[in-house]
Design a protein around this ligand. Sequence first.
Ligand SMILES: C[S@@+](CC[C@H](N)C(=O)[O-])C[C@H]1O[C@@H](n2cnc3c(N)ncnc32)[C@H](O)[C@@H]1O
Length: 464
Amino acid sequence: MSKRVKRNAASVLVRAPAATVAVPAWRTVLQQAMQAHQADDLDTAERLYREVLDLRVAQPDALHYLGVLCHQRGRSDEGVELIRTALQGTPKHPDAHNNLGNIHKECGRLREAECCYRKALEYGPQHHNALSNLAVVLEAQQRPQEAFEAYEKLLKLAPGFAQGYYLLGLFLRNNAQNIEHIEQSVNCFREAYARQPRFVQALEALSVSLYTLGRKEEAKQVYRDWLERDPDNPVPRHMLAACGGAEAPVRADDDYVRDTFDSFADSFDEQLLKNLDYRAPEVLAAALAAVLPAPAASLDVLDAGCGTGLCAPLLRPYARQLAGVDLSGGMVRKARQRGGYDALEVAELTAYLQQQCRAWDVVLSADTLVYFGELGVVLAAAHGALRPGGWVAFSLEMEEGEEDRATLTASGRYRHSHCHVVHALEQAGFDDIRITEDSLRKEFGVPVRSWVVLARRGDGPQGA
Ligand SMILES: C[S@@+](CC[C@H](N)C(=O)[O-])C[C@H]1O[C@@H](n2cnc3c(N)ncnc32)[C@H](O)[C@@H]1O
């Protein structure tokens, strides 16, 4: 498991059993299984947990952690069953209830998750991870008052818990009804960072709140100070440019993308849970459905910037072969756990596409080209990677105005003008360009105006 600060810290809560004088064999194997699990060696861990269960039938810790592991490997139903069986043996086990809640939460079953966290708190009232998770699922169910009360309780219960301040800060910003809430979020992020000086997500969040408040110089200063302490870090470098404190790159640097999404991978789906309005995969899939033949598992489909694999189930019915490519190994690991792809690769998108000559019938890119400023090079590569008659589909954030423009914004993502998109597609050789306006997600509770783009590689001899 990564050493980074994880927003979903409770995903794998594996605790050592108490030492005993004469250690039975099953206990030694359990320790080894847990060590392998902690080290992310899931094959070994699974084999050893099963060995424990052979030595000691229905051993609750082995059942419980094997359940967590099955979920991590994309077998969530099996994971739920295993943890439920563990709870028959030890019904008052707060960690097991909490981990069961995490599986439900990550599968989008928020009500069930809530019940599990409440059970965890019934048997372990001091379980601050369970309380933090409860607050998150209340927020995701759009019950802000209850979520706020849970966050407040969390900070009383665990005043040193940096994550609690961070989550409350995000909650206040995302649900802000007035400027004071954004100001309070600034205080929360400062508190989080003060409690855990390596908690750099809190610094980034602090700067975004300052920028939102119009305190742009303070926002830039956060990144300048951060860069002074850590000059090679791509995150403050990119974000300083995003705040207007340095020149914007033509696209987000590979190191920035890798760093950002590797550390975001574990909480990505949770963030989307809270932001129920993230619709890019569904909207793009619907746009494609209007131009593709009825799904017949007959096309070669590439999910370009596949992230954790949210598009896979929507693309699968069309695909003879479904591949995903992404620069972030952490995101690809999650996509692999989720399943649904025939192949997954960790690679930079433009370079990858440039090596795929007429290989795909569909290239779909959901919420990924927002990390590209100038679109010409990547779209030319997509054109070359498509077979004649093939379709590219992607989403972008909208830059208003008539000019040909791509602008890096304080969020770290780019916005593109209509003219820039059309120009880049035409230059790349696409025809049948279809651009519609939609809102594909919210930022700070406000819908983000977006473009939904489809274009076709011509089916002439050159595919132009
Ligand atoms: C906001 S996520 C969207 C993921 C997924 N498409 C979805 O809709 O859930 C953006 C993804 O683009 C990937 N990405 C950004 N720039 C990239 C690049 N130059 N090459 C490959 N992947 C990139 C990131 O690693 C991240 O996983």
